[in-house]
Design a protein around this ligand. Structure first.
Ligand code: C2O
Ligand code: CU
Length: 450
């Protein structure tokens, strides 16, 4: 893209002592000493060049979640590159063609490496600015397994998450969360990035919001909504609203009594200085598939490739996987009855219109993520998906069937996996493989993309 700048960044991953809140400390891993790592803010058309210095005690990579980079820059150990060894350095370079809210994290032992704090936001501003927003804030939400246990498993997730009793926004929890201070009447854009493993339902209490973008892609003229907005693991949602004059707040409704105890008092003061740090009670989240937006669903060509991916969990009667298919809890996760790396790849040619149908045969939510492309959800449980949205993660509820569609326009070998990374580590991964595209790396030794 003409006219872009070259933007150079250095990201150094290293063990770091973290203080998340009063009395909440842990030895984590961080980029440049902070969680989240630095927000990389660039402009559409820029060439982003990142020097990655690995000072972790194990090999690592950086993946640019949601950005349609060339395959060799995707940062997936054992698929697109060999992991950078401890003490080593690597560089990534890619043009950011699509504006929006993206993020970065390792893709080697990612269930462990991302969990320890290795993640950050990557925001691409449009060349042509849209409607002016007075404030633009990024909120990265995450859970930590370092303090109290949850009293019950989170809804839609398994026992693996029981240990995750601390939530953070931008690396802070409890009274350490700084208030957002906005003036009444301002138009605000809040970019929510979910770097955790659970779905978080974000609620701006006291005003209606519009969904401005999902996974970096604008949603045209969405209707105002009052309900919490679900943000699945790995997903991003940009919310827009006019700051109300009274007291109001931004809180989270994850559907468990435990979630109340880990309510994040992220609060905002109006011009009068009013701050409301309270949790605002249970509320059902909006159903994104029925979200009303002005743009009609696209009428893309009929699919030339269709694949159905049955998602399941459990350890009985499953073949393959071996030790590499076992998560830390010993549970196994599968696509069409096999665990990665034994899953069958989805084979495509450049130019294909591809339909993937995710069928959740299990009991847990599976936020499914596709690398290198954005897809359009088209059918949920037999009903057309109403709003046109482009996404790269879609939360597939237990017993749900979701069909997504995309054009195969970025040759390579790309991951398709669950972004509840314990599930991915347990084998819920496969590959999107273009005819004629070589796989750039192989799984050897200590290589584990998830
Ligand atoms: Cu957020 Cu395969 O990654
Ligand atoms: Cu899953």
């Amino acid at each position: 893209m003409a006219g872009g700048q070259v933007r150079n960044f250095t990201l150094t991953a290293a063990p770091t002592n973290l203080t998340l809140g009063p009395g909440v400390t842990t030895q984590g891993w961080a980029f440049n000493g902070t969680v989240p790592g630095p927000e990389l803010r660039v402009r559409q058309g820029d060439l982003v060049r990142v020097t990655f210095r690995n000072q972790l005690p194990q090999p690592s990579t950086i993946h640019w979640h949601g950005i349609p980079v060339p395959n060799g820059e995707d940062g997936v150990a054992g698929v697109t590159q060999d992991a950078t060894p401890s003490g080593g350095t690597a560089t990534y370079a890619f043009v950011v063609a699509v504006p929006g809210t993206y993020w970065y994290h390792p893709h080697q032992h990612s269930a462990e490496q991302e969990d320890k704090g290795l993640y950050g936001a990557l925001i691409v501003d449009p060349v042509t600015p849209g409607a002016a927003t007075a404030t633009d804030t990024t909120i990265v939400v995450d859970e930590w397994a370092i303090g109290p246990m949850l009293t019950a498993p989170p809804p839609g997730d398994g026992m693996d998450m029981m240990a995750y009793g601390i939530d953070t926004v931008n690396g802070h929890t409890g009274s350490a969360v700084p208030p957002l201070r906005l003036a009444a009447g301002q138009t605000a854009r809040v970019r929510v990035v979910n770097a955790g493993f659970l779905t978080h339902n974000v609620h701006v209490h006291g005003t209606a919001v519009r969904i401005l973008a999902t996974d970096g892609h604008d949603v045209a003229d969405g209707a105002p909504i009052q309900a919490p907005v679900p943000v699945a693991a790995g997903e991003r949602v940009d919310l827009g609203f006019t700051v109300p004059s009274g007291s109001w707040s931004l809180d989270w409704h994850d559907g468990t009594s435990a979630a109340r105890q880990i309510t994040i008092p992220l609060t905002t003061a109006g011009t009068g200085g009013a701050t409301d740090a309270s949790w605002n009670g249970d509320a059902a989240a909006v159903d994104l598939s029925t979200y009303s937006a002005a743009a009609p669903p696209s009428t893309a060509a009929t699919a030339t490739v269709s694949a159905t991916l049955h998602l399941n969990e459990g350890s009985s009667g499953m073949s393959g996987g071996g030790m590499s298919g076992m998560s830390m809890g010993g549970s196994q996760f599968s696509i069409n009855g096999k665990s990665f790396p034994d899953t069958a790849p989805v084979l495509v040619h450049r130019g294909d219109t591809v339909e993937l149908t995710f069928v959740n045969d299990g009991k847990l939510v599976h936020p499914m993520h596709l690398h290198g492309h954005a897809f359009e959800p088209v059918v949920l449980n037999g009903h057309p998906w109403r709003a046109l949205m482009l996404k790269d993660v879609i939360g597939v509820a237990p017993h749900a069937t979701v069909t997504v569609r995309f054009v195969a326009d970025n040759p390579g070998v790309w991951m398709i996996h669950c972004h509840e990374l314990h599930h991915a580590a347990g084998g819920m991964d496969t590959l999107l493989q273009y005819a004629g595209s070589p796989r750039l790396a192989t799984l050897t030794g200590d290589t584990t993309p998830e």
